[in-house]
Design a protein. Structure first.
Length: 550
């Protein structure tokens, strides 16, 4: 596929803070091989010499460099080079925010008051993207702008045509989902300060403060649309990123040095077992690797629990009870299922509990999981006492409540209920659902890779590499399955099923993960799952070696 950026054209109505010194309705060409004809169409010029296709490579063999093209913006200071580059960023950001490629583009912000067109050559045809963000409306909870794509004057996408009955993407030879990945690299010390762009996403200002006052308000510094496209570790899902990462205009040089070392290490390992020439006289022939003292699982759990612990989904679960009305016998079995699941997955449970206790002193205050389980319990009590118990529950301890309903349970069932409420102390549904999902990955991968369960359980020091990589694999699987490429296999919204059955359904949890494993292990060769595949390979190799040794 041949692909070139041809021109940008800011249009009437584009804001002055976006234009700066650019002129509306004027074409700004990135490639002198093209011009505008009398009918305002972009056409190829025949009167200049083309760069030969082999200009960027020496060998005659087929190479991806054959398809490279280079364009340059040349001009004096203040003539608009940065303004043009930033206009291109705004057009791509706004188009893909509106076009919605998976869930990643939901996190982007529109840049307001941008009216412009961007022109590209794709397979010798002219692709035009048009965006107009002067008026940001809403369809449901989603902000909307005008975004249109044309291919040789034929409209192939128009955001205004969207409705629930008709798809918003037309089938065409140009697949806009995969057309762009744009990385803007800028190490300038004076550019890309996000505080200068806050005003462009005023519509998303949740706090309601004017942006010219925002820096005066402690801890309320917002993100700008620019903040959202700085380079991040998202598997290159966001179709446009800026590198290096900046926070409030500052580049973290220490982090940049770390990333450079990681890239160099990757190059050296790829050449293994050969020696790697860093320079003509500097050769890497040995590598010394040392374990980090950090724990991937603990770090991820700490962030997740800290951000989720106050969420309450009880209101979502109650209507499910009202519709399903499971029998008392079903509920007794559900409670036993839940207890079995918790006991079988106590390694992860204890990790969750240790972190929850750091963040949540009043364990049951606002715990929707506790109230979901209690809702099951109340069904065992005589109708005349139900209202009284519901009204007094918040004033009672769990132990006092269970003592009052103990007569309705066998000793064994009572002990099970008490055990569940004790072991899930402090869990809300969001956290429990996460624990449940990680448990599925934990069990799935440990069986698939035939790892030593006893050593994993005890954290055996001789199994340190396997332990670290295994928990990394569990977390990485959970994160990777959220990527648009694999999202059809994700089954993370289980609140309705759980509210009725208090357990997972294998058809919507375990089975899709088998498909996920088959996909990334046998078919997927993309960079998105590269670390995941490497981890699986190392763990499988280690497991086979251990079994042969034994």
């Amino acid at each position: 596929m041949n692909f070139k950026l041809i021109a940008l054209k800011p249009l009437e109505g584009c804001s002055e803070h976006v234009l700066k010194n650019l002129i509306t309705n004027q074409f700004y060409f990135f490639d002198n091989n093209y011009r505008i004809d009398d009918n305002a169409n972009i056409v190829e010029r025949k009167d200049i010499q083309q760069i030969p296709s082999s200009f960027f490579y020496l060998k005659a063999e087929k190479t991806s460099l054959e398809y490279i093209n280079v364009q340059a913006l040349v001009g004096k200071n203040g003539e608009g080079k940065s303004s043009l580059t930033e206009l291109l960023l705004r057009v791509l950001n706004n188009f893909y925010k509106q076009y919605e490629i998976g869930s990643v583009t939901e996190n982007l912000y529109f840049s307001q008051d941008v009216v412009a067109e961007a022109f590209f050559i794709v397979n010798s045809r002219v692709l035009k993207l048009y965006v107009d963000s002067r008026k940001i409306t809403k369809i449901g909870d989603r902000p909307q702008i005008i975004a249109i794509a044309f291919l040789d004057h034929e409209k192939i996408y128009d955001a205004r045509d969207y409705n629930k009955e008709n798809p918003r993407r037309l089938q065409n030879e140009v697949n806009l989902d995969y057309l762009f990945f744009t990385m803007y690299i800028n190490y300038s010390l004076y550019g890309l300060d996000e505080s200068e762009y806050y005003q462009e996403n005023q519509y998303a200002n949740e706090h309601g403060f004017p942006y010219d006052e925002i820096n005066k308000i402690n801890k309320l510094i917002p993100d700008s649309w620019l903040s959202k496209i700085f380079h991040k570790n998202d598997g290159y899902q966001t179709p446009i990123v800026i590198h290096p990462f900046r926070k409030q205009g500052q580049i973290d040089i220490v982090n940049e040095k770390y990333l450079i070392n990681q890239r160099l290490l990757s190059l050296i390992i790829e050449e293994s077992p050969k020696k790697y020439n860093i320079t003509d006289d500097l050769i890497a022939d040995k590598i010394y690797l040392q374990f980090k003292e950090t724990d991937h699982l603990d770090i991820y759990l700490n962030d997740f629990i800290k951000n989720s612990i106050k969420i309450n989904d009880f209101a979502k679960a109650i209507p499910v009870f009202d519709i399903s009305k499971p029998t008392s016998e079903d509920k007794i079995q559900n409670i036993k299922n839940l207890n079995d699941f918790i006991l079988k997955n106590n390694i992860l449970l204890n990790k969750f509990r240790s972190i929850i206790f750091l963040h949540h002193k009043n364990k049951y205050e606002g715990s929707d999981l506790f109230w979901i389980i209690v809702e099951h319990m109340i069904s065992f009590v005589d109708d005349e006492y139900k209202h009284e118990i519901k009204s007094r529950l918040k004033e009672e301890t769990i132990k006092a409540y269970l003592e009052r309903v103990k007569q309705y349970f066998s000793d064994n069932d009572y002990n099970i209920v008490y055990n569940i409420l004790t072991l899930t102390e402090g869990f809300n549904f969001q956290i429990y659902n996460f624990y449940q999902l990680l448990s599925i990955y934990y069990n799935f991968w440990s069986k698939q890779l035939k790892l030593d369960q006893d050593k994993l359980r005890k954290g055996d020091i001789s199994y340190k590499l396997e332990n670290n990589l295994f928990y990394y694999l569990v977390i990485k699987s959970f994160r990777t399955i959220y990527y648009p490429k694999y999202q059809s296999l994700s089954r993370t919204n289980t609140i309705e099923y759980f509210a009725v059955h208090l357990k997972s359904d294998e058809t919507t949890t375990v089975n899709p993960h088998k498909e996920f494993h088959e996909l990334i292990s046998a078919k997927d060769k993309s960079h998105i799952s590269m670390k995941l595949r490497q981890t699986i390979y190392i763990l499988r190799f280690s497991s086979e070696r251990t079994r042969k040794t034994n």
